[in-house]
Design a protein around this ligand. Structure first.
Ligand SMILES: [Zn+2]
Ligand SMILES: [Zn+2]
Length: 741
């Protein structure tokens, strides 16, 4: 008899039923059980059959599973009379929690098959698809430990659940029209299909609807309807930040956007992220969905309810094939997940709220992915990806890394696994702090991690620093503070499983430096234990606090003469005089090397964007402008101050702003490569890691990687861990472990 232990993503993906099927096919007797951290099989049969069984185990495993290791032992035979799935037994060890999985093709087909008993059931799922993390209370993954425990199975569902030949054998969220959760309109007496029909009518007429999904509520409206989008913008106080669009199908996406094969693979994957795609001009999507930029965030329906909204067989004609689907959260707060908050947050401006009675236990916003050089570049890693761990060697001390203040995610580490959480949000808001605390507790329970170290940012006034200090004291464990840009570089090392020293280039908006100034254009020689700040972009003065982070003209004024600023009309005379006063009197001034602010200043000089209404707006618009140029020229500058001066003189000479924007990107890439080449000569390090939110700029990232390769340097970039502050927690965890005991 063989004792087989299978490690990896093997829970909640139909693994036990799969094992049961291949056992039957190969005349194997024995058992299979979830052990919390792995699946354990006892298999008894003829030698030939056992070999075939083992081969099938490796080669035919369910699409959604990921086998990381198989351990096999020989044991004496026992008296098995058949092969069966035995109850889960809980054991400690590495734990793999499956992310939520988009509805599969088979379930989608059944959903619209009038002869199927789950015809039009908004919660249809099977062992290959459906919610996982967001409905999970504890491991191992079994129905009574999910929010589906409120819905006892009917006889027909129970039969499928217990039948090894069924696609729903052992599928924990299995349910149907008779026994499953139900959708309903909040505050109105409409349920089920009536509610869906009603919502379709409202959306077709240009209304706004809040819709409960897998990981939280969305706000939806017709993406082709300018007035509807405008109303949504006013209600959300979100003047220009792009909205994501859910398209009915790939055809609708292709009509509006350019879609490469690599992008298509991710867009239509089981994770179904939002993918940023190049817009095609002359499309039907309203101009105010993603104004001033050349990209559109597109995704496909990933729940049965989404599919029903687009395709419900009613008499309604001309239902939009593209809907805005933006996270339903009050400004600054985390995504809304329950009815009471939905009424409070959306009741006054939504024309309907479509909810359901399956509880969301952990929030998961949609993941957002861009592409650089046809490789993924994760912007927000959440639904579909979290909490899949990444593997990184080194010390195995259990750590809680609390992450940064903006785009917060946190990371729990155990053994060689780093588990980054779903997206939490901006922790400047106290409501977000509460959600962060609750999410940490839930993830700690799920993953059974008792941190022996807590890590956080170096910033003394971050809410996350205060929370980390509090948690470390409560747990009575050491607190490790990690410099922001150091953490960025280490997150890139971890994602690339790179253990040696690197030249790290961390370019972002802002981070607290170890000298108390603002950093953000840093060249760090580092490994997991320590860093040397080897070089920076040219320092400038940031005056005016928060305003200087939103208004690029304020940064520009600290680098040019006020007469010039007037000539370029960077702001009104009074505003310029006020800012000049702050600079001259050194009021509210701090030295800064923020690369993000340098982009803001250039965008202001070129008249592309003077004031950002959301983080990164000026840089995104500058990139969009640069991408309209085909000019290949670039200059060789010893400092970024000289490069900036050249941009100013080109502007004064009246040169084409598209070409100048492109010239700025290309010259900055050359500058980075030159600095790295010098540092490589000095240190003999041949690998450069690019991190920080500025490298989400696909044009800059691509040009920089090319320039570095030309100088014979290897380049590490982010793919599935965000280059922005959403990835910080991973780098913090890496450093905290490296310096512990
Ligand atoms: Zn399915
Ligand atoms: Zn049922």
């Amino acid at each position: 008899m063989l004792n087989i232990k299978v490690f990896g993503i093997v829970q909640g993906v139909g693994f036990r039923p799969f094992v049961s099927r291949i056992a039957a096919a190969n005349k194997i007797f024995g058992t299979v059980a979830n052990r919390g951290s792995y699946v354990e099989i006892f298999a008894q049969g003829a030698d030939d059959d056992l070999q075939k069984f083992l081969a099938a185990l490796r080669d035919e495993a369910p699409e959604r599973s990921a086998i990381l290791n198989v351990a096999i032992d020989n044991l004496p035979d026992e008296n098995f009379a058949d092969f069966r799935i035995v109850d889960s037994v809980h054991e400690a060890g590495d734990i793999f929690v499956s992310p939520d999985i988009a509805v599969c093709d088979k379930c989608a087909a059944e959903l619209f098959d009038p002869t199927n008993r789950r015809y039009l059931h908004p919660f249809i799922n099977c062992t290959a698809c459906g919610p996982r993390l967001t409905i999970l209370r504890n491991m191992p993954y079994d129905r009574e430990r999910t929010s589906m425990d409120a819905f006892p199975m009917c006889d027909a569902c129970a039969e499928e659940y217990h039948n090894p030949a069924s696609r729903r054998y052992d599928a924990q969220p299995v349910c149907c029209n008779d026994c499953g959760p139900e959708v309903y309109l909040l505050g109105e007496n409409l349920r089920g299909h009536e509610a869906i029909r009603h919502v379709r009518k409202i959306l077709a007429q240009g209304g706004i609807v809040a819709i409960k999904g897998i990981g939280g509520f969305h706000l939806a409206c017709d993406a082709r309807n300018f007035a509807a989008v405008n109303r949504l913008r006013n209600s959300k106080t979100r003047p220009t930040k792009p909205f994501a669009v859910m398209f009915r199908d790939v055809d609708a996406v292709s009509r509006e956007c350019i879609l490469t094969a690599a992008q298509m693979k991710f867009l239509d994957s089981p994770q179904k992220p939002i993918v940023l795609l190049q817009k095609i001009s002359g499309g039907t999507i309203a101009g105010n969905v993603a104004p001033n930029i050349n990209r559109l965030g597109a995704m496909l329906p990933y729940t049965p309810l989404h599919m029903l909204l687009f395709n419900f067989p009613d008499a309604l004609k001309n239902f939009p094939d593209a809907l805005i689907m933006t996270s339903g959260n009050p400004s600054g707060a985390p995504i809304t997940i329950d009815d009471a908050d939905a009424l409070k947050n959306f009741g006054d401006f939504c024309d309907a709220i479509l909810s359901h009675d399956r509880d969301i236990l952990l929030r998961a916003d949609d993941s957002v992915m861009d592409f650089v050089d046809d490789r993924p570049s994760m912007i927000r890693r959440s639904r579909g990806y979290a909490p899949l761990p990444i593997f990184y060697g080194g010390k195995k001390i259990p750590v809680l890394a609390i992450g940064g203040e903006l785009k917060n995610t946190f990371c729990l580490a155990k053994n060689n696994l780093l588990y980054a959480s779903p997206y939490i949000g901006d922790v400047g808001d106290l409501r977000t702090v509460e959600v962060l605390k609750a999410s940490i507790n839930r993830m700690r329970d799920l993953l059974e991690i008792s941190p022996e170290v807590v890590a956080c940012d170096l910033h003394p006034r971050y809410q996350t620093t205060a929370l980390a200090t509090e948690l470390a004291a409560k747990l009575n464990v050491p607190l490790v503070k990690v410099q922001h840009h150091f953490a960025h570089v280490l997150s890139c090392l971890a994602e690339n499983n790179h253990g040696d020293a690197v030249i790290g280039v961390a370019f972002d908006g802002t981070g607290y430096g170890d000298d108390g100034t603002i950093w953000g254009g840093e060249f760090l020689i580092c490994d997991a234990t320590t860093y040397e700040r080897a070089e920076t972009i040219s320092p400038f003065i940031q005056a005016g606090g928060d305003k200087s982070a939103r208004e690029g003209w304020r940064i520009a004024l600290s680098m040019i003469d006020i007469a010039l600023a007037r000539e370029l009309r960077l702001a009104t005379d009074a505003e310029l005089a006020g800012q000049k006063f702050l600079l001259d009197k050194k009021i509210n001034c701090v030295t800064s090397t923020s690369a993000g602010r340098l982009f803001d200043a250039v965008a202001a000089i070129l008249g592309v964007c003077n004031v950002s209404t959301y983080e990164g707006e000026a840089a995104m618009r500058l990139q969009a402008v640069a991408e309209r140029s085909t000019c290949e020229s670039c200059g060789d500058f010893a400092t970024t101050a000289e490069l900036f001066a050249e941009v100013v003189s080109r502007r004064l000479r009246g040169e084409n702003i598209f070409d100048t924007a492109r010239f700025f990107h290309a010259s900055l890439a050359e500058f980075v490569a030159n600095v790295c080449a010098e540092l490589s000569l000095r240190t003999k390090i041949k690998t450069v890691a690019l991190s920080g939110g500025v490298f989400q700029n696909s044009l800059l990232s691509s040009l920089t990687a090319t320039a570095l390769n030309r100088r014979g340097l290897n380049v590490l970039r982010h793919e599935l861990i965000p280059a922005n502050d959403g990835g910080l927690c991973v780098g913090q965890a890496v450093h905290a472990r490296a310096v512990s005991r």
